[in-house]
Design a protein around this ligand. Structure first.
Ligand code: ATP
Length: 634
């Protein structure tokens, strides 16, 4: 089972050295994260697996590593300076900022949802009279005016900017929004010493942007790569590197950050009008890349131990979603997003976009483009460029600006995806009926106490006094607890998570109940990251059965030294074997080796596999052949 909440993954990441908050000693910096010892290994593994698949395993790909800072003209002609922006709204009441299309509606069942409905029906923003009679039909907002009924899905409601009239601020619940305005997401800096004020010619001449995508560095190098490597279209260029976006509402741990890494391909193909019989069309190339990339995600999300049913379940958490006409950029012929079903309120989220961008990008950076093409692509004549990014096709005997298929994925978002998918808490011991009854009776005690607190809080609120508890939150917590208790023992792994609910804070029985429950859970369950071995930060851990026996220690360290030449291998003797296994399970180490007294006699060691916990005796001198295929290092 994958993670049930981002919180579980985040806790594990911080506890075990995957991800740390950036600039922590100074209170952090808005949504910048540092990747720790295990995080950097995992990021490297993701990048290597991608590079392998995108470059090494194909005959038609090359790589580049372009500079992060490029001429400002790149971003002017690519369209980023004018249009790489998101709509921003401010809550006038509490000054919080949101991306207008990302303000969440209150969840169904939340009394605030009713409030939205009432607000929509009676008042516009700031107490103005209602603009239109409105009603809700299921999740759709129906607006009636003289032209009839107009229906808005939840997405529409955000998109058309109804946010500032109808959706309350998620922080303070007020309906007092500013009008949406565009906010450019590119970070600015300057090359050389600049003292001039912002907006002056001198300042603008020195201005650079931190790249918000790696793609433009590839377009800039199209001709260099094509000529230096004597490539014929179709061929592609891959690049991995940092990108920066001054996101309005970053968050959901490392899902949306202001500094992140991308893995991008620009695959250059013949324009549709030159494709001949028997050659792949742009649509076929597009589909081929969508399928290849989808397969990559699935392959690395699936540990070798997965059975058929598990594989099916994993597949259901990935999907291809074709962008609708109104989502598509004007020049894109089609874009399909690959999405993953993240836990909790995040839900389906884009992890990669695969776009058919036609000849827009190379044309935008080219001089001497015919008027018709400029018109078709809504571009201005480029008077700054001294290149024309066209190509003489020796087979077609034609000169053209190639079209491009762009698969664009996030490295850091991939790490979150694989961690969520790999996260599992499972029982290593069956809980007894007595254990389950104990939890049920503790839960009943909590319920009794919480009901009293709700009553008291409601009384206090009615009397205009400050309440110790938020009755709505406590009720929500109780509903969750009830749901978990009725599903016991199957829901055992959700018990502790439920106690983290905001409504459970400051309830005395919860405080009492937590430590013994934690101890009990620790005894009967383990946390295991079922990462694909290629992604696992540590591939192998070697332990001596006893740390005070020189012979065991020496052999264990010898094995570790042998394998650390090939991949990340660690030696550990700081706890008992059971505990050492648990520690490695939690960080996804696929194999552990234990050296015991038998090893000294017959030269065999115990190899333990992470997912099945199965153990096998393997001769030391065949370990190499045993481990390498199982680690699928390629
Ligand atoms: P969104 O609409 O969510 O802002 P986008 O469609 O602008 O994303 P792209 O420009 O297509 O994203 O970027 C390609 C990939 O880069 C995304 O699929 C994602 O994996 C990654 N990515 C984009 N923005 C971020 C970010 N702020 N933090 C982490 N990864 C990101």
């Amino acid at each position: 089972m994958p993670a049930l909440s981002l919180e579980q993954v985040r806790n594990l990441c911080m506890r075990r050295g995957f991800v740390f908050p950036g600039s922590a000693a100074y209170g952090g910096l808005g949504s910048f994260w540092d990747y720790g010892p295990l995080g950097v290994e995992m990021l490297n593994n993701i990048k290597q697996a991608w590079w392998h698949d995108a470059v090494y395993e194909r005959d038609d790909m090359e790589g580049v590593d372009a500079a992060i800072l490029m001429s400002r003209k790149v971003w002017q002609h690519s369209g980023h300076e004018a249009t790489f922006s998101d709509p921003l709204v401010d809550c006038k009441a509490c000054k919080s900022r949101f991306r207008a299309d990302h303000v969440p509606l209150p969840p169904i069942g939340d009394p605030l949802r009713e409030e939205v409905r009432r607000h929509a029906a009676s008042n516009g923003a700031g107490g103005e009279p209602a603009v239109w009679p409105t009603r809700w039909d299921g999740e759709e907002l129906v607006v009636s005016d003289e032209t009839g009924d107009r229906r808005f899905s939840e997405d529409d409601q955000r998109r058309v900017g109804l946010v500032h009239k109808l959706i309350p601020c998620p922080k303070c619940n007020e309906f007092d929004w500013t009008e949406p305005r565009n906010f450019n997401l590119m970070f600015q800096s300057h090359v050389g010493p600049v003292a001039a004020a912002a907006g002056t010619d001198e300042e603008k001449a020195a201005r650079v942007y931190m790249r918000p995508e790696t793609a433009q560095g590839i377009f800039m190098n199209f001709a260099h790569v094509q000529r230096s490597m004597a490539r014929k279209v179709p061929f592609g260029i891959a690049q991995i590197g940092k990108a920066f976006r001054n996101e309005i509402t970053p968050g959901n741990f490392i899902f949306r950050t202001r500094e992140f890494e991308q893995m991008e391909i620009e695959f250059f193909i013949k324009p549709e009008q030159y494709v001949q019989e028997g050659e792949k069309t742009d649509e076929q190339w597009h589909q081929e890349w969508i399928d290849r990339r989808f397969h990559w995600w699935l392959k690395l999300a699936t540990p070798p131990s997965a059975g058929n049913q598990e594989m099916e379940e994993i597949e259901q958490r990935f999907r291809k979603r074709a962008q609708t006409a109104d989502e598509l950029a004007h020049y894109a012929k089609a874009t399909t997003d690959i999405e993953y079903l993240f836990p909790g309120s995040l839900g389906w989220g884009e992890i990669e976009g695969v776009a058919n961008r036609t000849d827009f990008d190379l044309t935008a950076h080219s001089k001497d483009i015919p008027e018709d093409d400029l018109k078709r692509l809504k571009l201005e004549d480029n008077k700054d460029s001294n290149e024309k990014f066209d190509y003489f096709d020796p087979d077609a005997k034609k000169r053209y600006v190639p079209w491009v298929i762009e698969p664009s994925a996030g490295v850091t978002r991939a790490m979150l995806t694989f961690l969520c998918e790999a996260y599992d808490e499972e029982f290593v011991k069956e809980p007894s009926k007595q254990d389950i009854d104990q939890i049920k009776s503790d839960a009943a005690m909590i319920k009794n106490n919480a009901e009293k607190k709700i009553k008291q809080a409601e009384k206090d609120i009615a009397a205009g006094k400050e309440a110790k508890h938020d009755p709505v939150q406590v009720r929500e917590f109780l509903d969750k607890l009830e749901d978990v208790v009725t599903r016991l023992p199957e829901s055992l792994s959700e018990v502790l998570l439920t106690l983290d609910h905001p409504g459970a804070q400051n309830l005395e029985p919860v405080k009492k109940f937590r430590p013994p429950t934690e101890k009990f859970m620790d005894e009967i369950s383990r946390t295991v990251l079922r990462l694909h071995p290629r992604l696992a930060p540590i591939k192998l851990a070697v332990f001596p059965l006893k740390k005070n026996n020189a012979g065991l220690v020496e052999l264990a360290q010898k094995i570790q030294r042998t394998f650390q030449k090939r991949f990340r291998t660690i030696y550990d003797d700081s706890a008992g074997i059971g505990k050492l296994y648990r520690r490695q399970d939690e960080i996804g180490t696929p194999y552990c080796i234990t050296v015991d007294f038998e090893s000294l006699e017959d030269g065999t060691v115990t190899v333990r596999e992470r997912d099945t916990m199965s153990q096998e005796r393997v001769p030391v001198d065949t370990l190499h052949d045993y481990l390498l295929p199982r680690l699928e290092l390629g």
